[in-house]
Structures are given as structure tokens and as C-alpha cells.
Design a protein around this ligand. Structure first.
Ligand SMILES: [Zn+2]
Ligand SMILES: [Zn+2]
Length: 385
């Protein structure tokens, strides 16, 4: 029987973390408890660590919104509803939607106005406090969304359901990448790379990925995952390269995934073909950016904003991981134990790591300690899932 106390990494404010213990919650008919095996660290964890994204009043809270684990305890009604039993491995979605409003009933549960908050962003003051994946156990609220996943996979690979879910959402669902399409992916971060995988899985013809000089390793990985061309935007003009590569036909689909930068917005509009599709997923920190709307009209472009990831994308992502078709382990940079959660977030924030996770059961590989100040650290792609 597990201990009566649960250890968790608590963020008490900007740049402030501590390990605390919580009483193990009592589980009823409709809820459950997850023993966390791994929780992915993402760009929004870095932003939250730095005090952006979450208002001061939300602290203290347990961050971590990409949890993977094993059902430790589950109520009878919940077990039936979720189709799980103790011992099953599941991925947990970030949102807890109501399942009853018009949005939920029409498959747009990410917009649910009644939702019970989000994992990793719910304050401790809300009972039972265990609302984040950087903890030994996660409380499974009755509205939690779970997806079963192969228990034989290494936890650091299985937990990639989250970034790969984003790639599937952006490339396959929103970008509607089809057989033979030319896909331009602006930004080679974790989710740029998973977008390459998703585009490949969709049968894309030509995949082009852009990055900066310092992204050399990420661009090499993009090629390993199936990108045909990579472009260093500090040395080459993106639109000119796409024109050359496609013989002037340009890209059927453009995924704009870069954080903060403005130039990729203009590049996306110029590099997309007539009646092509652009997916905007790179947040720009609220900046106002000038674009020539006439170009969009005259090219008949479809633009989509990428808010969140849905069940359909997570399910497809899990199937891709389980298939073993892509060498996802090449994307894994480091796993950290619970006590080193802060170091894990700093490691991703440093900008060189691609995929980082926290494994509360203590099984880790030995990552190099993070270097540089918070100010020097590069920003990673910011997301909402
Ligand atoms: Zn709802
Ligand atoms: Zn995330």
C-alpha cells in the first residue's frame, strides 16, 4: 500500500519552487488517483516559472499539465465511464470540460465555458490540491479525460503523447496535410519536430523546416524525422528557398510555430501557395504585427489559429508512438526526478534541450546542470496544451 503522504513540486511564485507533502486524497465513486510515471515539461511551464501566463493570485500551485501514469485507485462509476482499471497506464489531457454544454456536445470541448480549470494551473487552495503532474500522484477529477497507452513503452516516450498531439493537431487536423503536399514548418522546436512526424504520417510530399543557426541540431533531427529540406533563416531567405525548392509552386500548408518573432508571419503569407493553408501556433507575446491583408485575399488563403489539442489528435499521436515507426527517442533530452523539477524547467528554458520530463518515481538519466541566468535563456515555443 502506498504511503499516506504525497510529495509534489509546488510553485509558490515566479522563479520559486519547493517540495511539499500532501495527504493522499480519499477517492469516491466518480473520481480516481493517478500514480505519475512522467510529466512532460513544455514551453508554457517555462513561461509559468518566469511568472508569465499565470496571475500571482493563482500561486501556490503544482505545475505540470502533460501527465502520464498508472491508475492507482478509481471509483466504480469512474472506472466504467473511463473504461479503466487499477494498473492501466493512461495519458491525461490538460482540460477538465463539463461534457454537457453546447461546446462539449458538439466536439469543441476545448472551448467549454464551464470547465473545471486545467491541470498544472489550478491553485492548491482548491481541494485536494493535487492538480499538477509534477507530483507523485495526480487527482483524477470526474471530468478528467484519459487515454490508455501501451504500458510497455518507456515512460519518456509514452509521455510524448502531448507534443506529438500538437503536431497532429496542427499538421493533420488544422493544416489538413494530404498526400503529396508541400509543407513548410517555421520553427524547429519540440513541436516543429512533432509536426514533421505528423506531416510525414499524413503522406506529405516535401517537408521544409526553418530555424536559426543555433538550431543546427534540431534541424538535423528534423531531417531524421523526414524533413526533405532545412533552412537556416540567418543565412537564407525563406521565401526564396521555398520558391526554388518547389519550382515556384510554393507550400500547400505553412505551420508558423516560432515564438515572438515577426518575420515568420510575413514569410508564411508569402511562401503559401494560392488557396493554401496557414496555421498560426507561435504566440507573439501579445504584440501587434502588421500584415498586408490584400495578399491574403488575393491568394485566397485560409488561416487558422491553433488553440489547444483535442482528443482526436491525442489518440492519433498515441497510435503513432505505439507504432514505433519514428525514432522518437532521438528527441528525448533528459528526465529529472521530482526534487529537481525546477532544474528540469530551467533545462528546457535554456533552449538546447528538445524534450524534457519529470519522473517522480526517481528513475532518471543524468542531465547536465542548467547554465546561464533566466534572462539569458532562450524562449521555447509557448503553447496552451
Ligand atoms: Zn462544457
Ligand atoms: Zn504544454
Amino acid at each position: 500500500m502506498a504511503s499516506e503522504m504525497v510529495r509534489a513540486a509546488v510553485q509558490t511564485g515566479p522563479l520559486a519552487y519547493e517540495i511539499r507533502e500532501f495527504p493522499r486524497p480519499r477517492i469516491g465513486d466518480d473520481d480516481g488517483l493517478l500514480r505519475v510515471e512522467a510529466c512532460g515539461v513544455c514551453g508554457s511551464d517555462v513561461e509559468q516559472y518566469r511568472g508569465h501566463l499565470v496571475s500571482e493570485g493563482m500561486f501556490p500551485l503544482i505545475p505540470g499539465h502533460e501527465p502520464l501514469g498508472v491508475i492507482e485507485e478509481v471509483g466504480d462509476r469512474a472506472a466504467e465511464r473511463w473504461g479503466v482499471a487499477p494498473g492501466d497506464r493512461v495519458a491525461v489531457e490538460i482540460l477538465r470540460p463539463c461534457r454537457a454544454c453546447d461546446f462539449c456536445l458538439t466536439g469543441r470541448y476545448m472551448s467549454c465555458p464551464n470547465r473545471d480549470g486545467a491541470y498544472g494551473m489550478t491553485p492548491l487552495s482548491r481541494e485536494p490540491g493535487l492538480w499538477g503532474g509534477f507530483a507523485e500522484y495526480l487527482y483524477l477529477h470526474p471530468w478528467a479525460i484519459l487515454h490508455k497507452i501501451d504500458p510497455t513503452l518507456a515512460p519518456e516516450l509514452a509521455v510524448m503523447f502531448n507534443p506529438l498531439g500538437a503536431g497532429v493537431r496542427w499538421a493533420a487536423q488544422l493544416g489538413e496535410v494530404g498526400l503529396g503536399d508541400t509543407v513548410l514548418i517555421l520553427g524547429p522546436g519540440q513541436r516543429g519536430l512533432t509536426s514533421v512526424i505528423a506531416a510525414r504520417a499524413c503522406g506529405a510530399g516535401t517537408i521544409i523546416v526553418t530555424g536559426l543557426g543555433k538550431d543546427e541540431k534540431k534541424l538535423a533531427l528534423a531531417r531524421e524525422f523526414g524533413a526533405d529540406h532545412t533552412v537556416n533563416v540567418e543565412e537564407e531567405d525563406v521565401v526564396k528557398r521555398v520558391t526554388e525548392i518547389t519550382g515556384g509552386a510554393m507550400a500547400d500548408v505553412v505551420l508558423e510555430l516560432t515564438p515572438i518573432a515577426e518575420q515568420p508571419i510575413a514569410d508564411a503569407i508569402e511562401a503559401v501557395r494560392h488557396s493554401g493553408r496557414i496555421v498560426f501556433a507561435g504566440l507573439k507575446g501579445g504584440k501587434r504585427i502588421e500584415i498586408v491583408t490584400d495578399r491574403l485575399i488575393n491568394k485566397g488563403v485560409t488561416i487558422k489559429g491553433a488553440y489547444g489539442v483535442n482528443a482526436e489528435s491525442y489518440i492519433e499521436a498515441i497510435r503513432i508512438i505505439e507504432s514505433g515507426r519514428f525514432p522518437l527517442e532521438r528527441m528525448h533530452s533528459a528526465k529529472f526526478e521530482l526534487a529537481d523539477t525546477e532544474a528540469a524547467i530551467q533545462d528546457l528554458g535554456d533552449g538546447q534541450a528538445i524534450h524534457v520530463c519529470v519522473c517522480p518515481d526517481g528513475e532518471t538519466d543524468s542531465p547536465a546542470p542548467p547554465t546561464g541566468t533566466a534572462q539569458q535563456r532562450e524562449r521555447e515555443v509557448v503553447d496552451v496544451g
